[in-house]
Design a protein around this ligand. Structure first.
Ligand code: FE2
Ligand code: FE2
Ligand code: FE2
Length: 184
């Protein structure tokens, strides 16, 4: 599972950089949301931060044996704000991944017959669609000054699939069993 083509390798490094930053950013914003009086939105950020860690780890492994240094450019939002604004940053980032980044990377990996990268990009793309939607729900609540209603968040440790309140018997994206989901 080591990438062969330069273009897909670049895309894996870029995606690894983007996911790594999203992971950290969501941990920071999650803490801020909890401090602002939205513990459930804080929990959502924390859980999705873990999903982004899963994506970063998958991409990292697919880069495999290439040991060259790389400058990673990733679209990212910096800086703390109110939770409503942080959620907008999160929504924008997720939508960029859903509408442009991962479809383009996935197509390149398909074109170059990079099966490992394809799998890694596909897993991320499917999870980011859900993230964009969940962050929108959270933002609707925060706009009204209310916390999001949820009990727990479950993340698939293989692909990052994200679901509220109860894990499915089988992950719809990668097939992992219910017991494997990480609960937040
Ligand atoms: Fe991700
Ligand atoms: Fe995401
Ligand atoms: Fe999964």
């Amino acid at each position: 599972m080591s990438v062969k083509n330069a273009m897909t390798a670049d895309f894996l490094r870029s995606a690894y950089g983007g996911e790594s930053m999203a992971h950290m950013r969501y941990l920071i914003w999650g803490k801020m949301a909890t401090e602002e009086g939205f513990p459930n939105i804080g929990k959502l950020f924390e859980a999705i931060a873990y999903a982004e860690q899963v994506h970063a780890s998958n991409h990292f492994k697919e880069i495999g044996g290439t040991t060259a240094d790389a400058t990673v450019v990733a679209g990212a939002v910096f800086g703390p704000g109110k939770t409503v604004d942080n959620l907008q940053g999160a929504i924008n980032g997720e939508l960029h991944e859903v509408e442009q980044m991962y479809p383009v990377y996935l197509n390149a990996a398909e074109f170059q017959n990079e099966s490992g990268a394809k799998r890694s990009f596909h897993f991320a793309l499917e999870a980011e669609k859900i993230h964009a939607d969940l962050f929108s729900q959270a933002q609707n609540s925060a706009r009204e000054g209310k916390d999001m209603e949820l009990e727990s968040v479950y993340i698939c440790p293989i692909c990052g699939h994200t679901v509220l309140n109860d894990a499915p018997d089988k992950c719809p994206v990668c097939g992992a069993k219910k017991e494997m989901y990480k609960k937040f």
